[in-house]
Design a protein around this ligand. Structure first.
Ligand code: PLP
Length: 406
């Protein structure tokens, strides 16, 4: 084929023709990023307060992250889990440093981390039942939860829009009301192996667990020999100003699922397990080809380096105060459009009084990217490196969009 015969096709046309249709996307093609900014193919710049749905913790192309990934790509990218690699060992050590004594299993996404957690719950149930399978396997989760799109996590996600079309689901899940300890306690029986919650529900409108509720779940799990499984895939890795969001409640789970921000854009997920739960996986009981590659772990190590060196936890805690205050003023000033503000740190949901889609478009037109969550909520997820100026700018853009439609 000569170059003259190659027909240039736009990205939009390529998507229309060849990419599966499971996303209703705005017509925007992003081609470049730096810090909290991204640019589209027409050269327009945007403040990226989606962070690729809480992934790009360091913003785009942080120099330390880029250098670490480039160095590792030229050295060793993948060896599988048939062999050790130094980065995986070091990353496990660093994560154990944050979570407490225990062990880490690496995978590639939040959904995989949640599947691994659910498998640990099953193995714990088998131990509880004296080695017999199928007697103790129930996991109690929360209404409106989101635990990913694979069969275990999807079965733990009691939302019609997620489960529709995929039944029969994995059996053994029951659901209590978030922040209603009694509703969880009432579901626990001899078949129950674990309790599973997100510290802050990220996909259903930014609904945080209260500290009292989390502490109550911890007590309940201790009393009934249940594993407390905490999904920190979205709210973890510094997004709330603590490394894990449950730290605000002063508890330690038995198992933690994490992903998203861990790799700063490189796909990587992990589960940490402590105590007896750390020993449940034995050779052959679980595995992955890609999980914990030298490259993915180098990226995650670079994320941790920057979180520590640039003191990003303190930064998120400090800068979110003025940002939340300014967003709170928007709620006061535009009660006809904004109903409430929820969340913590750099994980914020603005509850709108109506459909958020036109508002997301209005923000986009003015140079701010945000993402919806649940019913009528606009979710703002700045990268952890976002400056006071960038946070203030996001409120300015939001205010201008609201003022234009009022
Ligand atoms: C709390 C939570 N768990 C699990 C997942 C699934 O993660 P992934 O999309 O990486 O599979 C998500 C994704 O949004 C999430 O927010």
């Amino acid at each position: 084929m000569t170059s003259a015969s190659i027909v240039r096709t736009s990205t939009a046309e390529l998507y229309d023709a060849h990419v599966m249709k499971n996303y209703a996307r705005p017509s925007l093609t992003l081609v470049r990023g730096r810090g909290a900014q991204v640019w589209d193919d027409a050269g327009n710049g945007y403040l990226d307060f989606t962070s690729g749905i809480a992934v790009s913790a360091l913003g785009h192309c942080h120099p330390h992250w880029v250098a670490a990934v480039q160095r590792q790509a030229g050295e060793l990218i993948h060896v599988s889990n048939l062999f050790r690699n130094p980065n995986q060992g070091e990353l496990a050590r660093r994560l154990v440093g944050y979570a407490g004594p225990g062990r880490v299993f690496f995978c590639n996404s939040g959904a995989e981390a949640d599947e691994g957690m659910i498998k640990l719950a099953r193995l714990h149930g088998v131990q509880k039942a004296g080695g017999e399978e199928g007697r103790c396997f129930k996991v109690i989760g929360a209404k409106q939860a989101f635990h990913g799109r694979m069969f275990g996590g999807m079965s733990a996600t009691p939302q019609e829009k997620i489960q529709k079309g995929f039944r029969p689901l994995v059996p053994g899940f029951a659901f209590g009301e978030l922040n209603n300890l009694e509703s969880f306690a009432a579901l626990v029986d001899d078949q129950t192996a674990a309790i599973l919650v997100e510290t802050i529900q990220g996909e259903s409108g930014i609904n945080p667990c209260t500290p009292e509720f989390l502490r109550g779940l911890r007590r309940l799990c201790d009393e009934r020999d249940l594993l407390l499984l905490i999904d920190e895939v979205q709210c973890g890795l510094g997004r709330t100003g603590k490394f894990y969001a449950f730290e605000h409640a002063g508890i330690r789970p038995d198992v933690i699922a994490m992903a998203k921000g861990l790799g700063g854009g490189m796909p990587i997920g992990a589960i940490w397990a402590g105590g007896r739960a750390a020993e449940l996986f034995q050779p052959g009981s679980h595995g992955t080809t890609f999980g914990g590659t030298p490259l993915a772990c180098a990226a995650a190590l670079a994320v941790l380096d920057v979180i520590e060196r640039e003191q990003l936890l303190a930064h998120v805690t400090r800068e979110s105060v003025a940002w939340h205050e300014a967003l709170g003023r928007l709620v006061q000033d535009f009660p006809q459009h904004l109903a409430a503000l929820r969340g913590r740190g750099f994980l914020v949901g603005v509850q709108m009084t109506g459909d958020p889609a036109p508002w997301l478009a209005a923000l986009r037109e003015r140079g701010l990217l945000a993402v919806s969550s649940g019913n009528n909520v606009i979710r703002l997820l700045p990268p952890l490196i976002a400056s006071a100026g960038e946070l203030a700018k996001s409120v300015e853009i939001f205010r201008a969009a609201l003022a234009a439609k009022t």
